[in-house]
Design a protein around this ligand. Structure first.
Ligand code: 4AD
Ligand code: MG
Length: 430
């Protein structure tokens, strides 16, 4: 096996072989500098005429951007080089040369880049985002496992809605029809009654005709669910997970964050935890103070969310939204049934809601009434009602949107860069 570029430092003074793609080629008279990337890092390979076989010298002058190469040579310490080493080339095999790679170091428009998303992924910026995404997914799951949560995968083809019937993607299911899952929550509730603490993690779908920097048609959601749990438990777990995640990234993904020019200072407060917890009504007042009048009962739009979050130096919980504005399963507050035991977590800097959840209705009759009020056929939710017939208990959970979270943590302008192949209102290609 060849050495991965990030491991070259440990081979200083020795011979090594690396395989990767050409980022750039700079030519002098008898010397050529090839910058090679392999996904783990980049290294400069130096080719000198006379020190390599003549055909290698010739070929090294004809390489195009993104040529795939196998290069062997001496690993030479060099203080100025990224990674601290460069490669003095002894030999090189051109696996494939190319020509006219569409993405050049010059500026390209967003549409052009999105049309070439399959190639754009190779840029250092996209690499950094994808690595951080992987870190987030791995860390959150490890942390949940540590807290005793068991991963239980939920179905994607489902017979009924979780988050309202207006955003369902419908698909044929032989003679019948099915919907792409909007959320694994309802199935999580069944699994939580089996295992106590569970989570699901997978793609979720919303046929929402929104063309904003926060909306995708297909996004990934991490959804923990806990039996015998309350709204407060949800906020405790969210705060713990998010603050630990931020600390983890600041420590483990510092160089990727630097590639994205994300100032770690912007995340320092979130790392400290202790997220403020305000009610919907308090949030209304904060929004009004910032010049955004919202009538009691209405949901916040993105300008209001931005204004509310701006009043705090770290993510803020907004709990107890009007019951009528939320999904059928939300537990009304026993003290004030017009509001429910729901909670949204708003990220700073205008990134808006990154997680939503709360306490679920555990009373059978109340749940039936809510289904009826929202015009949802009880027949479709037979199994879900069963969970209230046997062993029902107050339980709670939430869903964390990976893309919005990543967008905030990386300081990105738009969620389109947070997922390898975004599905947007007007884009299904590539
Ligand atoms: O608030 P939502 O709709 O909550 C639920 O689906 C619950 N059933 C989750 C649960 O309690 N288990 O979605 C949760 C999160 C949002 O806060 C947001 O981060 C993300 O999912 N999200 C989207 N992300 C990108 N594009 C969209 N269209 C999104 N819709 C929701
Ligand atoms: Mg929500």
């Amino acid at each position: 096996m060849a050495t991965r570029i990030r491991d070259l430092t440990s081979q200083a003074g020795q011979e090594a072989t690396v395989q990767g793609w050409l980022v750039s080629l700079r030519k002098g008279g008898k010397i050529r500098f090839l910058v090679l990337r392999d996904g783990s890092g980049t290294v400069q390979a130096v080719v000198r005429e006379g020190e390599v076989p003549p055909e290698v010298w010739r070929e090294s002058g004809e390489l195009a951007q993104e040529a795939s190469l196998v290069i062997s040579g001496l690993v030479r310490p060099d203080q100025r080089a990224p990674g601290g080493v460069e490669l003095v080339v002894r030999n090189m095999a051109v696996v494939a040369n190319g020509a006219d790679y569409p993405i050049t170091p010059k500026e390209h428009g967003v549409d052009f880049l999105m049309d070439h998303r399959h190639l754009w992924l190779r840029s250092s910026r996209q690499e950094a985002i994808l690595r951080i995404r992987s870190q987030i997914e791995l860390f959150l799951q490890t942390e949940l496992a540590r807290l005793g949560f068991v991963r239980v995968d939920s179905p994607i083809l489902t017979p009924s809605a979780c988050e309202g019937t207006t955003t369902l993607f419908e698909t044929a299911y032989f003679e019948d029809k099915a919907y792409l899952s909007q959320s694994g929550q309802l199935y999580n509730e069944a699994a939580a009654a089996a295992l106590g603490r569970v989570y699901c993690f997978g793609p979720t779908f919303r046929a929402e005709k929104s063309k904003t920097r926060r909306h995708l048609m297909e996004f990934w959601m991490l959804e923990p669910e806990m039996a015998f749990a309350s709204l407060e438990d949800v906020m405790d777990v969210e705060e713990r997970l998010i603050s630990a995640l931020v600390r983890h990234l600041l420590a483990e993904s510092a160089s990727d964050l630097a590639t994205l020019e994300r100032n770690p200072e912007a995340l320092a407060q979130a790392a400290a935890g202790d997220f403020p917890r305000i009610s919907y009504e308090e949030a209304l007042a904060v929004a009004a103070g910032a010049g955004h009048q919202v009538a009691w009962g209405d949901d916040f739009g993105s300008p209001e969310e931005t204004a509310i979050a701006a009043a705090f130096d770290r993510p803020v919980f907004v709990h107890r939204y009007p019951t009528a504005a939320k999904a059928f399963y939300m537990q009304p507050d026993p003290e004030r049934p017009e509001v429910c035991l729901s909670v949204d977590l708003l990220a700073p800097e205008g990134y808006g809601e990154i997680a939503g959840g709360g306490q679920r209705i555990h009373d059978l009759e109340l749940l039936r009434r809510r289904l009826q009020e929202q015009g949802l056929p009880e027949e479709d939710y037979r199994w879900y009602l069963d969970l209230r017939r046997w062993g029902t208990q107050p339980h709670a959970g939430f869903g964390l949107g990976i893309e919005r979270t990543l967008s905030w943590l990386c300081g990105l302008e738009h969620v389109r860069e947070t997922i390898p192949f975004p599905r947007l209102l007007t884009r299904l290609y590539p």
